[in-house]
Write a protein that binds this ligand. Structure first.
Ligand code: ATP
Length: 820
């Protein structure tokens, strides 16, 4: 059975740069496959317990023996204990140290059984700043020339820039969608008016239907084609990818300019094509890309370095900016600055501090302010009062509620939770089916077009078979279509379909009572529920927020109508109010967010703070009920893709375990002063990204050395590339700074780009100024919940396990928490 891979597409071609050098697996590969993994962490590798080399592979042992005749003929020459590393590079444990549990959690539950080849597809980011000697020198020099203050100011400027540029991109997407949709639906309306004669029984809907098909299929085919063939990472909303990135998982190509371009065009074509999706998720992704791009002051896509913002070129700084970008994206998508900040806090971020609250808020506010200016100017409104900022439409009258309605809101929440959980389950099943039976790229494009055709066909069938005529002027719809209705009437079913999904949500919130038949809303709810379920997961750029709100608004309004039908004397049943509660409940059931959703809904509809209470009641009930059955849709996508997200809390399964149960050993270490050739060979033979630095080593028994730091693979490659050897120290010592390492961030060269050392193989590398001298260490007897908390809170990539004498005992990475 193949799982849907939406985060990373199977058909991706990869370049060899660091951002991309993760082996992306064919997603059609069965997770249950028993094939041997194609990638390994260390070579040469013998079977457990023996030290034979694979034929044809020059053995490290031989090379070391050539290098140092005194080197013993064992794997010790590269720091291994003989025969104790398996083919995948993970240290084999004896029976006693075998982990005795499987991690189960909301995001890690299914990962315990993930095959090894899938475990290697994601690498981690380094959120723990490497405070080495070079870094400390920079800090000192900043103190001296007050550079520190400048850095803070520049950081604020970057957040402001992120807000402005994200808003401009969001406005552009928004305006293009509005204009193209206007053209499309105006044309369809006139086509209907021309071809369907009033009072003629049945009318001829065939030609408008064909036009509608064409105007939907063509944009969807363009969008799906771009996503599939140019940048598959742009499929979907982008929020799960951004969330994973912020948790510390490296998702290749997620924050590239090319990704932004394809995503923007992709979302425009999909929404204009009429697919059941919204632009909000992609806008959040767009904000994240903008943030990552601006904050680094260079573009890897255009190979252009602007030589600015160099101090921010590391994962830690970039992460904070990306968070600000996501907040600005929400703010621009909904016109909801506080909602944007809260969204980042509740849904996106895995790390948080007080400064970040301020920075993300500023990015959000600037974003919504810019949106206001641009949209006001575009619509010719003076005084920055463009009401379109309430993009779900401002309620004219204050929404009030009676206290006896509160249990009703709670029931709606329960219903939203049930419907949301069912939606998430169905969607996951459909996506699994898809990835199994539609693995080819052309098939994916055809599938998107087919779903678009299905949508149009169902809409036409609804319009044709349901007779729902309403007097003109009753409905504020932009495109009233007369269709089979009398003069001075419009077709209420066509009104639901002849506009963008966002406009339909607006209509359901604000249409006056009596705008629809019960049958119309009931059928619309079912059709849109199924359509949105089959759309999320297609190879198109689309978010899930608007279709989910639309389904909720439809059934919320339907509930109000049913209640009114049963109790006609009731006064409180304002259909718009129930549509809003229904939307909140459905969103809570699918997304499982609470605070940010309620604030976003309040900001986008302009309801009073007194209505916060009903909204939060519906949202919390929906979340609790939904959580009983499964995860929110974003977490589900993350889980299905086997992304190693670290959950917020240590899992109950950790209880009573010590580091011994999950660590890997023996550890591949490097001596404080080691031979360049040894380092070169380790990097060639091992895929690990971090190596403890040790001294007090007996002979070559590095894996028993005393820990004095940790060094990253990327740093070692830069050292070799720049020949930073002890023997030629006088040539490089002056000009080598922390910037030397930042300049190649984030796409560090691979070890293949380092020429064989030839005559330099006996040169020495002194790691004391390059390594992180204060790596986080724990003792073998420390409890797993405690070390999980340390690992999670500090955003670590490697955690060293030592004994009482500070000698290395093992190493723990994200994979050890997630997959064991
Ligand atoms: P990441 O992939 O998270 O960026 P990494 O590549 O350094 O970091 P992993 O791929 O997570 O490490 O490691 C795979 C396995 O190898 C894990 O079980 C880990 O504990 C182990 N491991 C990591 N580094 C070393 C090392 N230097 N020596 C021995 N085992 C290691």
């Amino acid at each position: 059975m193949a799982d849907k891979k939406k985060l990373i597409d199977p058909d991706d071609d990869l370049s060899s740069d660091d951002d991309d050098d993760i082996k992306i697996l064919d997603t059609a590969t069965s997770p249950e496959s028993t094939e041997e993994p194609s990638t390994s962490h260390c070579q040469p590798i013998g079977e457990t317990g023996n030290s034979q080399h694979k034929e044809g592979v020059p053995s490290l042992l031989t090379m070391d023996a050539e290098l140092e005749s005194e080197a013993p003929p064992t794997y010790e020459s590269i720091g291994y204990d003989a025969g104790t590393i398996s083919a995948n590079g993970i240290a084999n444990r004896n029976e006693n140290s075998e982990p005795i549990f499987h991690v189960r959690s909301r995001t890690a539950a299914s990962l315990a059984g993930v095959p090894q080849q899938e475990q290697t597809q994601y690498e981690s980011l380094d959120y723990d700043v490497c405070e080495n000697k070079l870094f400390q020198d920079e800090q000192l020099s900043r103190l001296r020339d007050r550079f520190s203050l400048r850095t803070h100011i520049i950081r604020w400027i970057i957040f402001i820039l992120i807000g402005i540029i994200t808003a401009v991109i969001a406005c552009t997407i928004d305006i293009v969608i509005e204009e193209l949709s206007e053209l499309k639906y105006n044309f369809l309306k006139s086509s209907v008016d021309d071809n369907v004669t009033v009072n003629e029984s049945g009318g001829d809907l065939a030609l408008p239907y064909l036009w509608w098909l064409l105007l939907s299929a063509v944009p969807v085919a363009i969008g799906a084609g771009m996503v599939t063939y140019i940048e598959p990472i742009t499929a979907g909303s982008g929020i799960p990818q951004v969330k994973s990135y912020l948790n510390g998982v490296k998702i290749p190509r997620i924050v590239r300019v090319k990704t932004l371009a394809v995503k923007s065009i992709g979302v425009i074509t999909s929404v204009v094509g009429g697919l059941a999706g919204g632009k909000e998720g992609p806008m959040i992704h767009a904000g994240a890309v903008v943030a990552a791009g601006i904050s680094q002051g260079k573009s890897t896509t255009f190979v252009k370095d602007f030589h600015v913002f160099k101090a921010f070129r590391d994962d830690h700084e970039k992460r904070d900016f990306v968070l600000g970008g996501a907040a600005a994206g929400v703010s621009a998508a909904f016109g909801a600055p506080i909602g944007g900040m809260l969204f980042s806090l509740e849904e996106a971020a895995s790390f948080w501090n007080q400064n970040l609250i301020w920075r993300t808020l500023i990015a959000s506010i600037i974003s919504s302010f810019t949106l206001n200016i641009v949209l006001s100017a575009y619509h010719g409104v003076s005084g920055l009062t463009f009401t379109g900022l309430f993009n779900l439409g401002k309620f004219d009258h204050p929404l009030t509620f009676e206290y006896f309605e509160l249990p009703l809101f709670m029931l709606l929440g329960v219903m939203g939770g049930l419907m949301g959980a069912a939606w998430n389950f169905l969607n996951t099943q459909i996506n699994k089916f898809r990835s199994r039976f539609v693995p080819w790229r052309a098939g994916k494009v055809c599938e998107a077009v087919l779903v678009a055709i299905l949508g149009v066909t169902l809409a036409c069938a609804m319009i044709y078979y349901i007779n729902d005529c309403r007097p003109l002027g009753n409905d504020p719809t932009i495109h009233p279509v007369q269709l089979f209705c009398e003069d001075n009437e419009y077709n209420a079913v066509a009104a639901l379909w002849f506009q963008t999904p966002e406009a339909t949500v607006r209509a359901l919130f604000h249409d006056p009572p009596g705008s629809h038949k019960i049958l119309t809303l009931a059928v619309f709810t079912i059709v849109y529920y199924l359509l949105s379920c089959s759309t999320f997961g297609l190879n198109v750029s689309l978010g899930v927020f608007i279709p989910t709100a639309l389904v909720g608004a439809a059934w919320g309004r339907l509930v109000a109508m049913l209640l009114f039908y049963m109790f006609p004397e009731t006064q409180f049943l304002h259909p718009g109010k129930y549509a809003l509660i229904g939307a909140a409940a459905n969103l809570g059931g699918v997304l499982r967010m609470t605070i940010s959703l309620s604030v976003i809904l309040m900001e986008t509809t302009g309801v009073e703070t007194s209505f916060f209470f009903p909204l939060i009641i519906a949202l919390i009930s929906a979340k609790w009920v939904g959580d009983y059955f499964n995860d929110g849709i974003y977490d589900t996508v993350i889980e299905v893709n086997h992304v190693p997200m670290l959950p917020w809390e240590p899992l109950p399964q950790y209880k009573g375990l010590t580091a011994q149960a999950i660590l890997s050993k023996p550890v591949v270490c490097i001596k404080l002063r080691d031979r360049a050739h040894y380092i070169y060979e380790v990097l060639h033979k091992c895929n690990h990204n971090g190596f403890p630095v040790v001294d007090d080593v007996e002979g070559d028994r590095r894996s028993e050395g005393r820990v004095c730091g940790i060094i990253l693979r990327s740093q070692l490659i830069v050292i070799l590339l720049r020949s930073l050897y002890v023997e030629n120290q006088r040539f490089w010592q002056q000009e080598t700074t922390i910037q030397t390492f930042r300049d190649v961030y984030p796409r560090y060269p691979s070890i293949q780009s380092v020429k064989p050392l030839d005559r330099k193989f006996n040169y020495t590398v002194d790691l004391s100024m390059f390594m992180n001298p204060s790596p986080v260490r724990v003792n073998t007897y420390d409890s797993v919940p405690r070390i999980f908390n340390i690992f999670r809170a500090l955003g670590l990539r490697h955690l060293l396990v030592i004994n009482n004498e500070n000698r290395i005992e093992g190493i723990i990475t994200r994979r050890d928490f997630i997959y064991k």
